[in-house]
Design a protein around this ligand. Structure first.
Ligand code: NAP
Length: 499
């Protein structure tokens, strides 16, 4: 049965009576970890009211003081790192070293965001008139909605919450229905760090009711959403109708370009990690490997022999390379893509099946899969979000870039080359929010902006880095005239010049 949880509203855990519940399940074993109530529109109203009531005080709390609370949260995350990492692995299925990485991002981002409280800079700008000073202030937009996916169940909530809170916003947070337990433990840490009641509120339940309810609630002034393109499109439309700010971090179809002068050992290390880390369920996962024709056959041989050695199994075992995929739905969706590859006559080089027998039968384990794919096929163009790598052949650098850019997504990208000029061209030619040189498509650091273009990031917002605050703040322009008389900008300037 596992632990039973409620909502966290106005600083209290509340369990609504007689409510339908849903369960959080370990994808490696089928074990039930916890149960959560299905939220309703009334629950959203209560959470939004708490966030609205708490906002005036939080907004006036000086940013460095807000930062102290975030730093305390970072310290608690550090203290609980192993416990939370094991929970990430049990609830989501990524291997334990990656579970630790998930929590480390929370430690790092809360620490980074706390410092932003002392760097909440505006500008001072000269006036065209005498005895007048002009400046900009950065101010919080108000109570915000935070909606997150399951693949980084601690890290993604941290990126959103750390930025929203340091900006002076209060929040209503809805996690993925696959990973509510990590989210609940995350909220407990923030509470322990000393946030005032109502600053952070937490409601679980389906996307269609709770997610939609948050976006459409009149008191929610901005929404930060991470998830798939289809859901993101819906959120974008709803936010546009309400005329509110929205940040969208959506899917990807990330490519590694392997040039004829690439270090192939380094390339193999990077592609294994990028394609099969987190069982390919990262928005930045390496989903395509585009290899120059001169090295193509060698690359394919090496890939297959390397991927064959990956150990798939219990994600809590330190020697496991790849755990299960996150849910039955995930498994079904990925197997359907593998079937599509077969039907479209892509060449299956490795895997392509559900693993069976022994402990595999209790969870959602898939074999690392590699297809040789034609550039126009679905496996070359659509996000699979699983341990399936498509390999494509390119005639030259220009052709490789054309293939890489010929998808509706634009999140991460990478080039392996030893030609520095080509690397600099690629940084500008690849249509993506992120480009790595001689490194895989994954590996974001919190002090840099993170996000995409095209359908991945239609709102052009960036999480993390100094850009993180933009999602949750607006710029106020202030003019202070200390001349003691009426001065008319644009009109009086002309006169002054003539005098
Ligand atoms: P998803 O199905 O789009 O769900 C994301 C979140 O939206 C969940 O909390 C979901 O709730 C909620 N939701 C569902 N319907 C909604 C609605 N009508 N209104 C508002 N919210 C709604 O995505 P996912 O399967 O969790 O995550 C995988 C996707 O996320 C992939 O496409 C991946 O590329 C993308 N992703 C992108 C980034 C990035 O930074 N670009 C990072 C990580 C993941 P329920 O769980 O209750 O349905």
């Amino acid at each position: 049965m596992g632990e039973e949880f409620g909502f966290f509203i106005a600083g209290k855990w509340t369990t609504p009576k007689g409510r339908k519940t849903f369960e959080s399940i370990n994808p490696a074993t089928g074990e039930v970890l916890a149960s959560f109530p299905q939220g309703t529109v009334q629950d959203i109203a209560a959470a939004a009211k708490a966030a609205k009531d708490a906002w005036p005080k939080w907004r006036r709390t000086p940013p460095p003081r807000r930062g102290e609370l975030l730093l305390e949260a970072s310290r608690i995350f550090r203290q609980k790192k192993e416990e939370l990492a094991r929970l990430v692995t049990r609830e989501m299925g990524k291997v334990i070293s990656e579970g630790r990485g998930d929590v480390q991002e929370a430690i790092d981002f809360f620490e980074y965001a706390s410092g932003e409280g002392r760097r909440f800079f505006g500008e001072t700008v000269p006036s065209e008139l005498p005895d007048k000073i002009c400046m900009t202030l950065r101010l919080p937009v108000g109570p915000v909605g935070l909606i997150t996916p399951w693949n980084f169940p601690i890290a993604i909530p941290s990126w959103k919450t750390g930025a929203a809170l340091i900006a002076g916003c209060t929040a209503v947070f809805k996690p993925s229905s696959l990973t509510p337990l990590c989210a609940a433990k995350f909220v407990q840490v923030l509470h322990e760090a000393g946030l005032s009641p109502g600053v952070m509120n937490f409601v679980t339940g389906s996307g269609g009711v709770v997610g939609d309810g948050i976006v459409n609630h009149p008191d929610i002034r901005a929404v930060s959403f991470t998830g798939g393109v289809d859901t993101g499109r819906h959120v974008y439309e709803a936010a546009a109708k309400k005329m509110i700010k929205v940040g969208l971090e959506l899917g990807g179809k990330n490519a590694v370009l392997a040039m004829e002068d690439a270090d192939l050992d380094l390339l193999m290390e990077g592609v294994m990690f990028g394609a099969f880390g987190t069982a390919g369920q990262r928005c930045t996962a390496t989903s395509r490997l585009i290899a120059h024709k001169a090295i193509y056959d060698d690359v394919v041989d090496r890939l297959v022999s390397r991927a064959k050695k990956l150990r798939v199994g219990n994600p809590l075992d330190e020697s496991t390379d790849m755990g299960p995929v996150a849910s039955a739905d995930q498994e079904t969706k990925i197997l359907a893509y593998i079937e599509t590859g077969r039907k479209e006559k892509d060449t299956l080089l490795l895997g392509g099946e559900k693993l069976r027998g022994g402990a595999y039968d209790r969870g959602f384990f898939l074999a690392p899969t590699i297809f040789e794919v034609d550039r126009k096929r679905r496996l070359a163009r659509e996000e699979i979000f699983g341990p399936v790598l498509s390999v494509l052949r390119a005639r030259d650098y220009e052709d490789a870039v054309a293939i890489a850019n010929d998808v509706p997504y634009g999140l991460s990208s990478s080039i392996y080359t030893s030609d520095v000029r080509r690397a600099f061209h690629a940084m500008q030619d690849l249509e993506a929010g992120i480009t790595y040189v001689n490194a895989p498509t994954i590996g974001a650091e919190v002090q840099l902006p993170f996000g995409g273009i095209k359908e991945t990031g239609p709102t052009d917002t960036r999480e993390a880095g100094t850009t993180a605050l933009e999602e949750f703040t607006y710029v106020k322009t202030v003019y202070v005239d200390y001349s003691g008389r009426l001065q008319k900008a644009q009109i009086d300037t002309e006169k002054l010049v003539r005098e």
